[in-house]
Design a protein around this ligand. Structure first.
Ligand code: NAD
Length: 402
């Protein structure tokens, strides 16, 4: 299937000097696996659930690397878009991974045991992809360490999956890696783009799952003031700063943010007067309908693809910098690389080393993107994509593909 909404636009293609042959490869997906998972779920009875695995570009792999999304809304098109994002994210971070993604079209609020039934069936059906090393999944929206443990349970090979619990070869620091990375780039951006220290800056976050909650924890430990958080259940606001650990306890007990202090809707979050806005939940939330109303001085994409093309153009016209997903949320894949390597070598590491690897990689990538952006007069998103595309095309040349 040809991807007609590719991430690279004409300006990036011209800047990088991508030839027709390379472009034709980047427009296509290497492989799409289209599955139906048949299972019996105690709460629903017999179900047949669509599931997909997409390899966008495997030049820097195998493996193709990417998370497994579980959501009743997820579609094949979105899985393709997410796999493409992974291609450029891994290339930007200079990791030897192709871009992949998987999705299971099911409610991610199913009981853990029922999620496990679907994930086991999924792992069973793509067993060859997992055990051959073609695809190494990780958590994404709706999945976490428990689902990764289920995949390990099917293969009994530690290098088949990352984001596992520590006891079966998970990496200390992987759980909070993406949120830690978001906080690191926010700190850099505050200094370089807002000419400010983090302390005292106000932050609003959509999503309080893996990425959103750890982003909040690290940012508040770095001195920022988290004043608003929303999720699928609703939201909360406190101009004096939210107590993030108390919010974490509330979410663990009640299943969502709603009910913690003063209510805030998801719609109102995006037009709130905050210095930094961090969408860290779902895609397509900053659009032509709300981008004009955004008052924040900086947007940081904790989620994948939270900004539509039209939303992005409006923000560019308003001169609001956007730290793109392939940079801002790359902490997870950086840590996943370490977990994968350690699974292969049998060595061990510590949480501090994971944090230090993430920080080093992200500070370097942030600086490269800022320098490229000012040297070429393009947005940070275009700069990050151009840097990644350069690396990718050069790898395709090295392999004799182009
Ligand atoms: P998660 O399942 O742990 O949490 C998702 C959060 O989003 C929850 O708080 C949920 O309530 C909220 N949410 C879901 N639907 C919503 C809606 N309609 N409106 C508002 N909030 C909604 O997922 P996660 O792993 O934190 O992933 C969040 C985003 O970060 C996704 O875009 C994912 O692709 C991206 N991401 C995740 C990782 C990772 O390591 N987990 C790495 C890179 C990028």
């Amino acid at each position: 299937m040809v991807c007609d909404k590719m991430l690279l636009d004409d300006e990036i293609i011209r800047l990088v000097g991508i030839n027709e042959r390379a472009l034709a490869i980047l427009k296509e997906n290497d492989r799409i696996i289209d599955l139906r998972l048949h299972a019996y779920l105690p709460s629903k009875g017999p179900v047949s659930v669509p599931a997909y695995v997409v390899y966008h570009n495997a030049a820097r792999g195998p493996p193709c690397k990417g998370g497994i999304r579980m959501s009743s809304d997820v579609k094949l098109d979105e899985t393709i878009q997410l796999a493409e994002i992974m291609t450029y994210k891994s290339a930007l971070m200079d990791l030897p991974f192709g871009g992949g993604k998987a999705s299971i079209v099911a409610d991610n609020r199913l009981p853990a045991q029922e999620k496990g039934i679907l994930v086991r069936e999924f792992a069973h059906k793509i067993r060859n992809e997992l055990t051959s090393g073609a695809f190494v999944p990780a958590p994404d929206l709706g999945t976490g360490p428990r689902e990764m443990a289920t995949i390990f349970g099917e293969t009994h090979m530690r290098e088949c999956v990352t984001g596992k619990p520590i006891g079966i070869g998970g990496l200390p620091g992987r759980r909070e890696a993406t949120g830690y990375g978001v906080a690191v780039v926010v700190e850099q951006a505050a200094k370089e783009l807002l000419n400010s220290e983090l302390s005292g800056l106000t932050v609003g976050v959509q999503g309080f799952g893996n990425v959103g909650s750890w982003t909040c924890t690290f940012l508040s430990s770095f001195g920022a003031k988290i004043i608003a958080v929303t999720d699928v259940t609703g939201g909360t606001i406190n101009r004096n700063g939210l107590d993030v650990e108390k919010l974490r306890e509330h979410v663990a007990k009640h299943g969502g943010v709603e009910g913690f202090g003063k209510h805030l809707s998801n719609e109102d979050l995006f037009t709130l007067d905050v210095d930094i806005l961090i969408p860290a939940a779902i895609g397509g939330v900053i659009t032509n309908e709300n981008a004009g109303e955004i008052k924040s001085r900086l947007i940081v994409e904790g989620a994948n693809a939270p900004t539509t093309k039209e939303g992005d153009e409006i923000l560019a016209r308003k001169k609001v910098p956007v730290l793109p997903d392939i940079l801002a949320n790359a902490g997870g894949v950086i840590a996943s690389y370490d977990e994968w390597m350690i699974a292969k070598s049998g060595t061990r590491t510590r949480q501090e080393e994971t944090y230090s690897t993430i920080k080093k990689a992200l500070v370097t990538a942030f600086k490269e993107a800022v320098d490229y952006s000012s040297a070429n007069g393009v947005s940070l998103r275009k700069a990050a994509l151009a840097l990644a595309a350069c690396r990718l095309v050069s790898t395709m040349e090295d392999r004799g593909w182009v």
